[in-house]
Design a protein around this ligand. Sequence first.
Ligand SMILES: [Zn+2]
Ligand SMILES: [Zn+2]
Length: 352
Amino acid sequence: MNHTKGDTMKAVRLVEIGKPLQEQEVPLPALGDQGVLVRVKAAGICHSDVHYRAGKSPVGVLPQTLGHEVAGIIEKVGPGVSNDRVGERVSLHYLLTCGNCDYCRQGREQFCVTGTMIGKHRDGGYAEYITVPARNAVPLPDTVSFEQGAVLMCSTSTSFHALRKARLKAGETVAIFGAGGLGMSAIQLAYAMGASAVFAIDISPQKLATAKTYGAFPVDASACDPVETLHQKTRGKGVDVSLEVIGLPETMQQAVRCLGVFGRAALAGIAESPFEIDSYQELLGKEAEVIGCSDHLLEELPILLEFLRQGRVDLSHVITESVSLNAEVINNVLDSLEQFEGPVRTVIKPAQ
Ligand SMILES: [Zn+2]
Ligand SMILES: [Zn+2]
């Protein structure tokens, strides 16, 4: 252990809503019976963190260390955890659940009645160390980097959960609305799950070009009607599965309208206003489905990590920058995310 300086550590924390994050020296987090102390090697800076800082989504009691996309090395374990886990490379599942309520028992743990999220309701990974229950620490294969292991815990798992909710089957066609972080993962996951063709819909030429490198057929929504184009490209049938990760009423509507018979639209983008659809034409008449998607499940993470290990999912194009555990630098990244600028993904790598 190298944290002998009075058992404190550096953390970058949300102290006051609407204000820049601050660097603080805090006590090392307490380790419970079933807990593990993880030395943070990578923590993703997510768009949700911008909302937490701005007060657009509520967080727990302040001050709060942000960071819910975390990977690292187990440094110490609680008395109830096998010592064999010390030294293990892990990715952290960000939802802490009771395991005992009706939702947890039914495998719907994201609705756990006492569920909390790291980096939101309890201290997260913008720090040198973090503690979580041992079952939240998922083994990270040696060949997968900490950066990818961290970012995988949020956007990629959301995309994976949504495609599973949409019951994507081998041989089906998929339309992904939004070719950012979630969309880029979704393209690769759809192919890994056996999709015959994946269409990426966006208005950014740069994002469409990246989508193409992952094998997607780019559809530039600034130059055509994506619904019409998707029907043409599927010889009038419409797509089997669509996924909306932008969060706009217009693209949600398109994600439903592009469906074929028995099509399923998975909605994962958070929109601020409702969208309208012609229920007979778009749903009843096709027996189509609209499916809401929220978070992901612990059981999905080992599958995802295996996809990464096999190289079927590669996030190296997505993670474009890494920064140190420094409040000023992190605030700058959050500022640029707030303006929808900046790189697709930045990862904090504490120097240790
Ligand atoms: Zn996130
Ligand atoms: Zn529960």
